[in-house]
Design a binder for this molecule. Structure first.
Ligand SMILES: C[S@@+](CC[C@H](N)C(=O)[O-])C[C@H]1O[C@@H](n2cnc3c(N)ncnc32)[C@H](O)[C@@H]1O
Length: 445
């Protein structure tokens, strides 16, 4: 199963975190076998950069020229040998069995020879050989040791404010956190479920968000509150940035809320519940019809039916300027803040991905400010700490307008220490145990 998922990720851009659980369910695999398949798939994808550097030194040519059907076999074998407790002889023989099945007897001999070379050293010994020296090239060293593209290491170090020519100690802690298995975090939708309901199902109450609970094992899709749409899977920082927007005091009405980029509906589900409890209404807009369908499901039966999902292009709004008291723009972004949860995504992004998204992010924030009434508030959110799509966008938009000003975000997140990044809020996996969500709060004059 791990091999099938790795191939699908490679050949048809599948998302492992969606495909693997579906494959496990379809083939009726649960318990320890499911845990092993998950560890093999996610671990191999996360550590692919490290394994490729090692495999490169075990083959005569570059591993880029290795047959695409063979490469995932080698990576899976390297993962078992270097990062699991599976005994080496079992790792090699299981991998060769797999190789025979998927690539045939002849080519499996090549895989066998490569894996025997890999098994000659442990991970630390390999890293001492294949990673650049930290003193000479800290970025390159961390990229190989912690298995990230070099440009991402640089972008994260910049976002953390570290000196790129220094030790990059905090960047290293962040990269290491990306390779850990994250907790599954649940949200109890306000007015429809409580954290106590989730605790009754075996979850633990969250540390930061008043609506969060952690599921330490098992498939969240099997929990009753999730099946009933009363709870959902949602990172704690995602919950908190949406909550922060609702906590900013307003003078005047507080009845109309807009979520401009709502799909698949995580934040809309939470905001819809809160809106209902406060006698406000939420309009949740999403440009892709299929994703708008997911939003409709997420807000279905919100308190007082306060939320409505619509298919809409928020850059060409169908609503009047100044129509909303609170506006959330959770902009499409590189997703560099959720690398823990999407094991393959670090290999899919390129340095130009952020630059390509900037015009849309810029436009959406401008339209959000247009949509807010005078005295209203806008929350600009990304699931990324990359400065090009966080601070730089907000500063560029505010430099062009005279009708809006930044509000400090941290006071609206007072359950979280160390979240302020100047006037913005920036969550971090290694500091907060959450995804690296960014929030800017802007008041419209
Ligand atoms: C980061 S996701 C939002 C996540 C969502 N808020 C949640 O919490 O589940 C960004 C969404 O914006 C949508 N989007 C992109 N351009 C848009 C536009 N012009 N108008 C409305 N939605 C747009 C994307 O399709 C995507 O679903």
């Amino acid at each position: 199963m791990a091999y099938d998922v790795l191939r699908a990720v490679e050949t048809r851009d599948a998302y492992a975190n969606l495909l693997l659980p579906a494959t496990l369910r379809e083939r009726g695999v649960a318990g320890r076998d499911a845990a092993l398949a998950t560890e093999l798939t996610y671990g191999t994808l996360r550590r692919q950069g490290t394994y490729d550097a090692i495999l490169n030194s075990c083959v005569d040519r570059s591993i880029r020229s290795v047959d695409p059907e063979v490469l995932p076999v080698l990576r899976l074998g390297a993962h078992q040998l270097l990062s699991t407790k599976i005994p080496p002889h079992a790792a090699v023989s299981a991998t060769i069995d797999l190789a025979r099945k998927v690539i045939g007897h002849h080519r499996s001999r090549f895989a066998n020879a490569v894996l025997r070379k890999v098994s000659a050293r442990d991970l630390d010994a390999w890293l001492a050989i294949v990673a650049p020296a930290r003193s000479a090239d800290a970025l390159g060293h961390l990229a190989v040791v912690h298995s990230h593209p070099r440009w991402i290491v640089g972008a994260l170090a910049e976002a953390l404010g570290e000196d790129l020519s220094g030790e990059l100690a905090e960047t290293e802690r962040l990269l290491a956190a990306h390779n850990e298995r994250p907790l599954v975090t649940l949200v109890a939708k306000p007015g429809r479920a409580s954290v106590a309901d989730l605790v009754e199902e075996g979850a633990q109450a969250g540390r930061l968000s008043p609506y969060a609970a952690y599921l330490t094992e098992g498939d969240p899709g099997l929990l009753r509150p999730i099946q009933q749409g009363r709870a959902a899977v949602q990172d704690e920082a995602s919950q908190l940035v949406a909550l922060a927007l609702t906590r900013v005091p307003l003078t005047g009405p507080d009845a109309r809320w807009l979520d401009m980029c709502a799909g698949p509906g995580g934040k809309a589900g939470l905001l819809g519940g809160l809106a209902g409890q406060r006698d406000a209404r939420l309009l949740a807009a999403e440009v892709q019809p299929a994703r708008a369908g997911l939003v409709a499901r997420a807000v279905h039966r919100s308190v007082r039916d306060a939320a409505r999902a619509v298919v809409a292009d928020s850059t060409r709004p169908a609503w009047r300027d100044g129509a909303f008291d609170r506006v959330l723009v959770d902009a499409p972004c590189t997703g560099l803040g959720a690398l823990r949860r999407r094991p393959e995504s670090r290999w899919r992004r390129t340095p130009t991905t952020a630059a390509g998204l900037a015009p849309l992010q810029h436009d959406l924030l401008n339209r959000a400010l247009d949509a807010a009434r005078s005295g209203g508030v806008v929350g600009y959110v990304t699931c990324s700490p990359h400065l090009a799509e966080t601070r730089d966008i907000v500063e560029a938009v505010l430099a062009e307008r005279t009708d809006a000003e930044l509000i400090e975000a941290a006071p609206y997140l007072d359950e979280v220490a160390d979240v302020a990044a100047g006037p913005f809020a920036q969550f971090w996996p290694h500091r907060h145990g959450t995804d690296a969500m960014f929030l800017a709060l802007v008041r419209k004059h």
